[in-house]
Write a protein that binds this ligand. Structure first.
Ligand SMILES: Nc1nc2c(ncn2[C@@H]2O[C@H](COP(=O)(O)OP(=O)(O)O)[C@@H](O)[C@H]2O)c(=O)[nH]1
Ligand SMILES: [Mg+2]
Length: 473
C-alpha cells in the first residue's frame, strides 16, 4: 500500500491507514491474530465446519458454555468472556455467509448449507483476560481469520514446479493409467489426429478439445480421483469462460520447435499464465500467509471409491511431497506453507458412526495420511489427528440388544428411532474399502432439528478449539 499516492486523501484517512497498518503489526507482534486455513475436497464438510465453529465462538460468554466445551479447558483458564464476528480483512474476498447458513439450519424444514466452490473469509474476535506475568487482569483480544478454500486448489500447487512439457507428460501417464476406468479416454487421445500443433489454432477446435479434456477430468473426479489439474477447469468460480483456463496438456508428440502463434505455443502460454496468475497468486496472497491449517477428510467417501481411487489418493500425496521437498528444510512446513506451525487432519461426519467406532475412524485417518507419506510420519509433532462432526445429525445411544448393551444411532426422527450403520475399518487398504462397501450402511442424513438461537450440536468441536487456540490464549 502506498499511502502517498493519492494527493486527495484526507489527513484523517491517512492517519487511519497508518494506524491500521500499525495495529496489524502490533496484532502480529503479540500473536493476537491467527490466520486459519480450512480445506478439504468438495463436499468434505468445510462449510458445515466453519458454520459450526463460528456458532460455537458466538456463544462464548453465554451461560453454561464452558460445560459444553469440557476439553477446551483454556476457555475457563484464559477467562474468555466474548466471541463475535469482526469486519473482514480482505474486502475483495467473498465473506463467509454465516447467518445465511445458520438460518437454513434452524428453519422448520432444516437444510444443509448450500454447496459453494470458491474461497471465502470470516474474521472472528475473542475477548479474554490477560493472565500472563506482564499485564495480569488486562483485557485482550484474539482475532481468528478463517479462510475456506477448495482442497482442489492445493493440488494445483504441484504445477508450480512443472513446465508445460512436464505437466503434459504427467497427465499423459494418468490418462493411460486410468484408461480402463474413464470412458472418454479414447476420443480424448484421438484428438491428436486432428490437432496441428504448429498451425495457428482454430478457436472453435481449441474450445472443443479443451471441453473434452474437462470431461475427462470430471469423470476422474467422479471416480474419486484427486489429481485433478488444473483444478479451476472443474471448479472455475469467477474464471468460467476465461481464456486462462482454456488449455490442456499436450498428450501427443511434443514438438521441439514451434511458431510463436501456433496451437502448441498458445496452450503453453496459457498454462504458464495459469501457473503465474492463478496458482502462484493463490500461493502468495493466501496460502503462504496461513498460520494453521485444518484439513477435513471425508473418510467415508474415500472408502467408497474404487481401487484406482485408493492408489490415486496415495499418489496425490506423494506428488505433493515430491514437488515441495527441496533442501533440508522442515518438509511439512514446505508442503503446507512457509509459515504454518500446525496442521490438523480431521475425519469429518463422525456422527455417522457409533461412539465406540471413533477410535477406528481416527486410526483409519492416520493410516490414510501416513501410508501416502513417510515424511509426514517423521514430522508428526506439528500434526494433529482427530475425528469430528461439525453438525451432528445423530445421537449415539446404548440399547439392550439380545441381552447385550449395544451402541446405536438415532436421528430423533420417527422413521428411524435406532439404527446401527456397521463397523468401519481401522486401516487404509484396498481390502478395507471392499469390507466397508459390503458391511457398512451409509445413509444420507437430514440435518438435526435446532431451535432458532440454540447452539449447533457437534462432536469434538471443543477438542478442535483446544488444538487451534490453546497456545495463543
Ligand atoms: N452427517 C453429517 N453430514 C455432514 C456433516 N458435515 C457435512 N455433512 C454433509 O456433507 C455435505 C457437504 O458439506 P459442506 O460443508 O457443504 O462441504 P464443503 O463442500 O467442503 O463445503 C453437507 O451437505 C452434508 O450433507 C456432519 O457433521 N455430519
Ligand atoms: Mg463449501
Amino acid at each position: 500500500m502506498n499511502i502517498f499516492s493519492d494527493p486527495l486523501k484526507s489527513f484523517d484517512r491517512l492517519f487511519d491507514e497508518i494506524s491500521d497498518t500499525l495495529n496489524e503489526g502490533v496484532n502480529r507482534l503479540f500473536d493476537k491474530e491467527i490466520k486459519i486455513g480450512v480445506t478439504g475436497f468438495s463436499r468434505g464438510g468445510k462449510t458445515a465446519f466453519i458454520t459450526s465453529l463460528v456458532n460455537t465462538i458466538l456463544n462464548f460468554g453465554n451461560e453454561g458454555i464452558s460445560d459444553r466445551l469440557p476439553r477446551f479447558s483454556e476457555y475457563e483458564k484464559a477467562g474468555i468472556y466474548y466471541g463475535g464476528i469482526a469486519p473482514n480483512h480482505d474486502l475483495s474476498v467473498p465473506a463467509f455467509p454465516y447467518h445465511e447458513y445458520y438460518d437454513c439450519l434452524v428453519k422448520d424444514n432444516p437444510q444443509w448449507p448450500v454447496a459453494t466452490d470458491n474461497i471465502s473469509e470470516i474474521r472472528l474476535e475473542i475477548r479474554f483476560k490477560e493472565n500472563r506475568l506482564l499485564m495480569p487482569g488486562n483485557n485482550r483480544n484474539l482475532y481468528l481469520d478463517i479462510w475456506d478454500y477448495p482442497g482442489e486448489w492445493l493440488i494445483d500447487l504441484v504445477l508450480l514446479n512443472l513446465s508445460y512439457e512436464d505437466f503434459s507428460r504427467m497427465m499423459l501417464a494418468q490418462v493411460n493409467k486410468l484408461s480402463k476406468l474413464i470412458s472418454c479416454t479414447e476420443p480424448l487421445l484421438a484428438l491428436g489426429e486432428r490437432l496441428s500443433p504448429l498451425k495457428t489454432p482454430d478457436p472453435r477446435q481449441l474450445k472443443d478439445s479443451v471441453a473434452l479434456y474437462v470431461k475427462w477430468l470430471l469423470e476422474c473426479k467422479k471416480a474419486g480421483m484427486s489429481l485433478i489439474v488444473p483444478s479451476r477447469q472443474v471448479l472455475p468460480g469467477n474464471l468460467a469462460g476465461a481464456p486462462i483456463i482454456e488449455f490442456m496438456p499436450w498428450l501427443w508428440e511434443i514438438p521441439e520447435d514451434y511458431p510463436k502463434n501456433s496451437l502448441y505455443a498458445v496452450m503453453k502460454k496459457r498454462y504458464e499464465s495459469y501457473k503465474k496468475d492463478i496458482v502462484q497468486n493463490f500461493y502468495e496472497t493466501i496460502f503462504s500467509k496461513l498460520d494453521r491449517q485444518v484439513i477435513l477428510i471425508d473418510c467415508f467417501s474415500a472408502l467408497g471409491g474404487g481401487r484406482e481411487a485408493f492408489v490415486n489418493v496415495n499418489d496425490t500425496f506423494e506428488i505433493l511431497l515430491k514437488n515441495f521437498s527441496y533442501g533440508e528444510n522442515n518438509l511439512l512446513q514446505r508442503i503446507f506453507s512457509p509459515k504454518i506451525d500446525k496442521v490438523i487432519f480431521a475425519a469429518t461426519k463422525a456422527d455417522q458412526i457409533t461412539y465406540d467406532e471413533e477410535k477406528h475412524l481416527l486410526s483409519l485417518l492416520r493410516s490414510m495420511v501416513t501410508s501416502a507419506s513417510h515424511e509426514i510420519r517423521g514430522q508428526s509433532s506439528n500434526c494433529q489427528y482427530m475425528v469430528l462432526s461439525s453438525i451432528a445429525a445423530t445421537k449415539c445411544l446404548e440399547v439392550n440388544y439380545q441381552g447385550k448393551n449395544t451402541q446405536v444411532l438415532s436421528t430423533g426422527r420417527e422413521e428411524d428411532k435406532y439404527f446401527y450403520p456397521g463397523s468401519i475399518p481401522s486401516q487404509w487398504s484396498e481390502q478395507s474399502m471392499e469390507d466397508f462397501k459390503q458391511h457398512f450402511i451409509l445413509r444420507e442424513l437430514q440435518p438435526p432439528v435446532i431451535s432458532p438461537g440454540d447452539p449447533i450440536p457437534n462432536i469434538n468441536m471443543d477438542v478442535m478449539l483446544s488444538y487451534l487456540l490453546k497456545d495463543k490464549l
